[in-house]
Design a protein around this ligand. Structure first.
Ligand code: ZN
Ligand code: ZN
Length: 78
């Protein structure tokens, strides 16, 4: 995994209750790899728009990325 230094918002994995998931989960199912890790399972993705601070949440990562990239990018022209 590489780290980028762009201003783009970080998309984080979230649980059903909206808390950030930083556990190891299966990429397809979102199920936790470690049953004892306290993870309830990744149900979606969330990101804060750097322009307006609005939180975008969706169960598909690509939808969150597109929202940030297009919908929001156009709304806040730098
Ligand atoms: Zn988790
Ligand atoms: Zn925005």
């Amino acid at each position: 995994m590489t780290t980028t230094r762009t201003r783009a918002a970080r998309i984080r994995r979230v649980h059903a209750d909206g808390t950030t998931c930083e556990h190891q989960v299966h990429p397809r199912t979102g199920r936790p790899r470690d049953p004892a890790g306290g993870c309830t399972g990744r149900t979606g993705y969330s990101a804060d728009c750097p322009g307006c601070g609005e939180t975008i949440t969706h169960d598909l990562r690509v939808v969150v990325a597109d929202e940030l990239k297009y919908r929001h990018r156009h709304r806040h022209t730098a």
